[in-house]
Design a protein around this ligand. Sequence first.
Ligand code: AHR
Length: 504
Amino acid sequence: MKTSVTAHKDFTIAKIDERIYSAFLEHLGRAIYTGIYEPGHPTTDENGMRGDVADLVRDLNIPFVRYPGGNFVSAYNWEDGIGPKDQRPVRLDLAWHTSDANQVGVHEFQDWCDKVGTRMMLAINLGSRGLDDARNFVEYVNGPVGSHWGDLRAKNGRTEPFNCRLWCLGNEMDGPWQVGHKTADEYGRLANEVAKTLRAFDKSLELIVCGSSNSDMKTYPEWERIVLEHTYDNVDHISLHMYFANRTKNTANYLALNHKLDTYISTVESTINLVKANKRSKHDVYISFDEWNVWYHSNAQDRAILEGNAGWPHAPRLLEDIYNFEDVLQVGCILNTFIRKSNVVKIACIAQLVNVIAPIMTDPMGAAWRQTIYYPYYFASVYGRGTALQLAQTGPTYKAEVADSVPYVDVSGVHNEEEGILTFFVVNRHETEALDLDLALEGFGAGVVMDHQVMVHADINAVNTSVNPMAVAPVKGVGAVVAAGRLTASLPPLSYQMLRVKLE
Ligand code: AHR
């Protein structure tokens, strides 16, 4: 069987905003404590940050990391995380039924961002708190010395403003589980007032208003319309979240789920356009897909803590999904969707980054290693920068729960004009058949295959562990060539590949 694809130099989608390769870290489980932060760990620095984890994060070249939540942020007092560490309060975290000694706050997080070469994207509590706390937090983070909050920041060791540019106005405010959950009208009005106020402080901040927690929410997509009717001209992005699961152990259905993601994004894009037209606005609003990943492996084991039957543990194991080979293919398909939707998705955050539904795992006082899904995220983030290509594709398809005609091959293409490189990310969803890829390269001139990485495994349930951290890892591909303006390769059943062509 063959899949034919055409890439043409002039058929493009958009310049990819590198922020689609961002990530998320929440005060949840062991993401922060024994994740990025573990005083006494053999690799720890003077701030208590783990060096082994920092090395794995740095390699991912992550533009922004969203912090500090998530559901956690909706009852979080940012002031608890500043000042001398021994005077910070231990608080009960109502989102995850745990406790937090606030040993990491905005200062420590910024230091960690500097260490790993990323920038922070901060979320504001609009659940248990409101406008005044929002403006105080933003002034503390970005305000000048000589003002009350700027002076307090300087007293706490940081004279220069943090200069955080991206601000999330709350988290999943459509969710009944959220502390301070609101209706779309209640939230829209509040978010607009907060946005106006933050703009009065600094009109160049990029503000992200909450959209839906997932596309199965009863309020979707009316939530987006109503919230945007309230906020449109004062915000820059609307946030969407989505998690993926294979609960019925049906690989074909599971790997088709990015079709649902595609529809979700298109629907919200249409809603943005509707509100823009209603308002006769010249302003553009984009999508910040600031939580996405596979999340289901750990659901059963988390129940006791989440139902409050374990007291208020500090940094327990929560949401510790152990990813398998099948999840590599899913994450590859999700990232392909963001590349194909790069005209409207300008920010996306893998949720999360360490230990909690994460590509990186740690043992307390022990090793750090890459989960299986680290690799497709790594390849996209490091090599998927440039202009997204509008590919034309024909080939065999199959019927899945979410769509009648799902192509077996999921592909995205990126043209990096500065470096003269074409990069294709390709997933073969077929469970038993290898497929031939025949990719016509039009208008690019001659080229040669400069890199070919393949992920295949005999067992879709194979995982990486601290004892066997390389059980699922990429290998160099063979047989891909460019000849007579066509890139050809054989795609093994259930495989992920990255193909790179150096143009002459
Ligand atoms: O990432 C885990 C949780 O998923 C986040 O806290 C919340 O925003 C979402 O429901």
